[in-house]
Design a protein around this ligand. Structure first.
Ligand code: MSK
Length: 645
């Protein structure tokens, strides 16, 4: 078996143009940019070495284009591009006014996000199908109980042999992408009254691909000129993501790799090791990374690492591939979205393996400044300057083996004088799947509902989403979570938000000291933190499942529960889809970053006000996380009052 690497196109190391910053200026800049101690330490190193980062590129883009910021620019067709500048320029060449332009741009964004999650979900289900048919060595059903539950949900005989059942379930789920029957299965997890509401609002999804394709059809010039139709389709496409593509991604990842259970791990840039071969796994899809873990643990690989002077192989996660591994395997997490360049700039990373989504296009340039080798693995996400090793369920073992060997062989190239690994990773308790929460509560969600009804816990907020250089890194997530737990509100988190709070120590059981009396008592008695890690960004579907089960148990609609969502530092189209399916499902959401919709007062009003009459939920925009916490608390108290709690 050849271990040779593919050809690579060489790319240059990107440097920040010299600015002659004084040491005190660097200190101030680092304070302004980030909250976490280890992030700040490595960020300072990048500034001293002049390595270009997302913060530098953000600075160079200021001030932003006013028209793009407000959503009133369009380059959708060749009659333009157009900008609505006021005066006699209030319509694009095609005739689109600000309402239409903003709504069309927003629908495009939501469709992008829904497509990203759902395409990921499809790949996970396809892997189950291949594994069930014996075409994917190394993959198989790990959680048979969950497989049986899902089979029953899809009307498949749960008494069939495991592989037959898995095959039938995979086929039934793949059918959901393009079904012609006009309805999907998983929204039925919600209370019947919610489904009726969604039908009436015309946001009950018909099939995943259909909603995304229809969204893309509608953004073509000349397909509708009334902004509400675009917003409604955006909501429906997002529902196909939340109750479809993402939910399948989550559920089948659990079937293949195990449903997460509560476990302990470590988080921040300090998880890299001086005396081991460091490999980071970055992106979103657990299919490849689970195989890399298997290979890196093989005795022959450990022996090979020792032969080059390392004590072992240290795998660390980044972004949501990291979240998947953290939840299921306790693999240490190096950081979230805006830490991705910093992991390389520690000078201690031999290999970074990426799949897709949230990967900076300049990562190969960052790697070129150090000894790190970057591997891209998806035909959907090839990157100049990376070694391309296409991964399929059939070849994952062989390709993973080559990449792990490349990392080991790269260890002697590390330059000790250029290495900075901050000390002391933060402990975190993670792995709160809905199943794990039930287990911790004795087998049912009833105790959670009881403490909400009694008022010991006032309600729950799902804090989700990314980092964004518009916000001091992690500040929005951490401040909001601290303010909410102080008010006895339980926080459930996913994606980069969860890593921000884990880095800040909020996912240690000891952080109950920061919680209000009631929340402290409940979490203290269970030995869990007041901020629960529920997984990656597709795992926001776990939050939907949790809300649906609580609503059914309480005999109310989801929108009647004292719950809400927040995305304090969101950046991605996926986050817009998530926010939309939260609101569509009846969970109001506060955004910390204004979407590009300010150019249309009508669209802003539709999303922050009018929509409430259809789905009993809406968006707010509040950049200050302390104000956002106050707003969410009031919202939760209003919901409690309406239920007579
Ligand atoms: S990785 S989508 S920055 S949460 Fe899921 Fe983080 Fe947002 Fe990417």
């Amino acid at each position: 078996m050849g271990d040779e690497l593919p050809e690579i196109i060489s790319v240059e190391c990107l440097r920040v143009p010299a600015k002659h910053l004084k040491p005190e200026d660097i200190d101030q800049k680092v304070e302004d940019r980030a909250l976490d101690r280890t992030t700040k330490e490595v960020l300072k190193k990048t500034m001293k070495e002049g390595t270009d980062t997302v913060w530098d590129r953000f600075e160079r883009q200021q001030p932003p284009c006013k028209f793009c910021s407000e959503g009133i620019s369009c380059q959708r067709c060749a009659m333009g591009p157009c900008r609505l500048m006021g005066g006699d320029r209030t319509r694009g060449v095609c005739g689109a006014d600000a309402d239409l332009m903003v709504a069309r741009n927003l629908l495009d964004t939501i469709a992008t996000g829904a497509a990203s999650h759902s395409d990921h979900g499809r790949e996970v289900v396809e892997t189950l199908l291949k594994a069930a048919r014996g075409h994917a060595a190394g993959y198989g059903v790990k959680d048979e109980e969950k497989l049986k539950r899902l089979a029953a949900e899809y009307g498949i005989d749960a008494g069939l042999p495991i592989n037959k059942m898995a095959e039938k379930l995979a086929l039934a789920m793949l059918e959901e992408f393009g079904t012609i029957k006009g309805t999907m299965q998983m929204p039925n997890r919600a209370p019947a009254e919610d489904i009726e509401l969604w039908k009436a609002a015309k946001i009950l999804p018909r099939s995943i691909d259909r909603e995304v394709v229809e969204a893309m059809h509608r953004v073509h010039m000349g397909v509708g000129a009334e902004y509400n139709g675009f917003l409604q389709q955006g909501m429906r496409a997002s529902m196909a993501d939340g109750w479809g593509g993402s939910m399948m991604g989550t559920e089948i990842s659990d079937v293949l790799f195990g449903t997460p259970d509560i476990n302990r791990s470590k988080v921040n840039l300090g998880v890299l090791k001086h005396d081991e071969v460091n490999i980071s796994l970055h992106g979103h899809n657990p299919i490849l990374s689970e195989m890399v873990i298997k290979v890196a643990g093989m005795p022959e690989m450990i022996e090979r690492a020792k032969s080059v002077g390392a004590k072992g192989i240290n795998l660390v996660g980044l972004c949501c591939t990291g979240n998947e591994l953290l939840m299921r395997k306790g693999i240490h997490q190096a950081g979230n979205h805006m830490d991705q360049e910093l992991v390389i700039t520690t000078g201690a990373l031999e290999v970074m393996i990426v799949d897709y989504q949230c990967i900076f296009p300049t990562l190969a340039n960052t790697a070129a400044c150090y000894h790190t080798k970057l591997f891209s693995t998806s035909p959907k996400a090839t990157i100049s300057g990376s070694y391309y090793m296409e991964i399929t369920p059939e070849n994952a073992y062989e390709q993973s083996r080559k990449m792990v060997i490349a990392a080991i062989d790269n260890y002697p190239n590390r330059v000790p004088e250029r290495v900075l690994i901050p000390d002391k990773p933060m402990d975190a308790m993670v792995g709160f799947s809905v199943e794990a929460i039930k287990k911790a509560l004795g087998g049912s969600l009833k105790p959670l509902l009881d403490v909400i009804v009694s008022g010991k816990i006032r309600g729950c907020v799902g804090i989700v989403g990314c980092n964004n250089p518009h916000v001091k890194h992690d500040y929005g997530h951490v401040t909001l979570a601290k303010e909410l737990i102080k008010r006895d509100i339980l926080c459930v988190e996913t994606g980069c938000s969860s890593i921000a709070c884990a880095k800040a120590g909020l996912m240690q059981p000891e952080s109950i000291e920061l919680a209000g009396k009631g929340l402290k008592e409940v979490c203290g008695s269970l030995g869990i933190p007041p901020v629960l890690h529920m997984g990656s960004c597709v795992d926001n579907s776990r939050i939907l499942t949790l809300a649906a089960e609580l609503a059914k148990m309480a005999n109310v609609r989801i929108d009647q529960l004292p719950i809400a969502g927040a995305a304090p530092e969101w950046y991605s189209p996926k986050a817009v889809a998530i926010g939309s399916y939260f609101v569509g499902s009846g969970v109001s959401v506060v955004l910390g970053v204004m979407p590009h919709i300010g150019g249309s007062a009508n669209v802003v009003k539709a999303l922050t006000d009018d929509i409430e009459s259809a789905v009993h939920a809406k968006f707010w925009v509040e950049p200050n996380p302390k104000n956002a916490a106050a707003l969410l608390f009031d919202h939760i108290e209003t919901k409690r009052k309406a239920l007579g709690m």
